[in-house]
Ligand binder design. Structure first.
Ligand code: ADP
Length: 487
């Protein structure tokens, strides 16, 4: 199975979100399963500034963009320990920029940048020689790849028989652009209809990918169902429902080396199930010191780590803190960055309840690890969640997640009941409605269970033993690839 993974970001080169984690880990996981895998990403300034061993390949070509051409220079990066080959598409005008997509406002030429990248990726597939079995595209930035394979390069022997897969990491981002950007694609206007590339008068790169790909996938089975109806489908629900036979849901894996409580350099005393109590206590003490407390708090520690935006249910967390902090039943710690309003409200909550509510505004990977290790309970009350990683890390660190029943949270957390705890399947607490009462009820159940030490230990053991490695997810992608290559 020869696979070309195509993404706009991938660790360790460049990252703005979970997409980069997937695009960084999946190629190696597939290679470990016997696939011949290459990854292609743009040569963002961030990727070239990391000190990674990037070298020229000698492959250069012009990419037609509207009535002109833009040069693409192909670099490669032999990573130590990496099993998949990595190619970077360089064009300094388009990718030599301080951030990946823009700042407070997107770059005005993002359509051109990713039309160029998609077309260059297909051209590179042809230049590298074939045949490729699968071109695997991630998110709107690569949405034109399936269309280019079919409409412009379909006759080339390297891709003539390739299948295309379009993976959606978050349907809220669709790559919608001015209709005149259609001219940049080189694709005939006859395809600019509601059936193919047009979405309410605009050019939609993600829709194009969904229409032209042989298979579509998203990052959890429940999210795959949710996006087939409103509001989850963000306007594409009818198209996705029509393609339901070609739509798969595959849960993301996590980096089990970076997120391993047994060897985590961010923890004062790495731990496993056997030495759970001393490990947790040491993390608690280190966190307390870091937050400026004289001693760790004996009350259950409830954490929230994530982007402080509406999607993540920050308003629910704020309401529940307001209701519970005064009762003294738990200590809350929040780490995140996001909306100015959310940050301000959280700072106010910390000021109102000193010693009970700690808030750290900022992005701090090490602190995120320490908090997961120190916490007893992690809140993930998202309005929608394509997959979610926080609840997976929390389980591995023995911090029990309290999650809303949406998207990947449904697929990765088994609600604790006396039966599911004893049969070893429970891994957290699930609540239904997106409201503070729901979250408060879920958290209340978790706090009650926490008071029953043998029961809690059983739950923690169940959570810590879950396998969220990329190997398991990689096998599912491979099965999907094998299925579409047969048809
Ligand atoms: P999303 O990709 O929608 O932000 P995920 O749960 O899939 O949500 O992944 C978010 C990841 O980013 C998690 O690993 C979380 O711990 C991490 N993260 C989010 N905010 C912060 C922060 N302020 N500091 C450190 N890590 C963070």
């Amino acid at each position: 199975m020869r696979v070309l993974e195509i993404a706009s970001e991938a660790v360790p080169f460049a990252k703005t979100g979970g997409l980069a984690d997937v695009a960084g880990a999946l190629p190696d996981a597939l290679a470990g399963l016997g696939c011949d895998v290459s990854l292609v990403i743009p040569a963002h300034a961030e990727a070239l500034g990391k000190g990674l061993p990037v070298e020229p390949t000698g492959i250069e070509f012009d990419v037609p963009i509207g009535s002109r051409v833009r040069p693409a220079r192909i670099l490669r990066c032999p990573r130590p320990g990496g099993r998949a080959a990595v190619y970077l598409v360089a064009n300094d005008d388009l990718f030599g920029r301080p951030t990946l997509y823009g700042g407070a406002r997107d770059y005005p030429d993002n359509a051109e940048r990713f039309i160029f990248f998609s077309r260059a990726a297909v051209e590179l597939a042809c230049r590298l020689g074939g045949p490729w079995d699968v071109l695997h595209c991630h998110d709107w930035q690569t949405g034109l790849v399936p269309a280019y394979r079919r409409l412009l390069s379909g006759a080339h022997p390297a891709v003539a028989r390739s299948s295309t897969v379009m993976t959606i990491h978050n349907l809220a981002y669709q790559g919608l652009f001015w209709h005149w950007d259609m001219l940049l694609t080189g694709i005939d206007w006859s395809h600019f209809t509601w059936r193919e590339m047009e979405f309410h008068g605009q050019l939609s790169l993600l829709k194009t990918g969904i229409v032209f790909a042989d298979a579509v996938s998203t990052v959890s089975p429940t999210y795959a169902r949710e996006i087939q109806s409103a509001p989850g489908g963000c306007g594409l629900e009818e198209l996705l429902a029509a393609r339901r036979d070609a739509l798969a849901g595959i849960v993301n894996g996590i980096d089990t080396t970076a997120w391993d409580p047994g060897r985590d350099p961010h923890l004062p005393r790495p731990y496993g199930e056997a030495d759970f109590d001393p490990g947790k206590y040491a993390a608690r003490a280190a966190l307390a010191a870091r937050l400026g407390h004289v001693a760790p708090d004996a009350r259950p520690l409830v954490a929230f780590v994530g982007r402080l935006v509406e999607q993540k249910g920050v308003s629910l967390v704020l309401e529940v803190i307001a209701r519970l902090a005064g009762t003294g039943r738990a200590h809350f710690v929040v780490l995140g960055t996001g909306g100015a309003e959310e940050e301000h409200a959280l700072r106010q909550a910390a000021a109102a309840f000193p010693g009970t509510v700690d808030v750290v505004i900022g992005f701090d990977e090490g602190l995120a690890h320490l908090i997961q290790a120190a916490a007893d309970i992690t809140l993930v009350p998202s309005r929608f969640e394509p997959c979610g990683l926080t609840q997976l890390y929390a389980q591995r660190y023995g911090s029990i997640p309290v999650v809303r029943a949406t998207g990947g949270l449904v697929d990765t957390v088994v609600n604790a009941t006396p039966t599911t705890i004893r049969d070893g399947s429970a891994t957290g607490f699930v609540f239904e409605g997106f409201d503070a009462a729901g979250l408060e009820h879920g958290l209340g159940r978790a706090l009650a269970a926490h008071a029953d030490k043998p029961l809690w230990r059983m739950l923690v053991g169940n959570a810590m033993r879950q396998d969220w490695s990329w190997q398991a997810s990689g096998r599912e992608y491979l099965r999907l690839f094998e299925r579409i290559c047969r048809t």
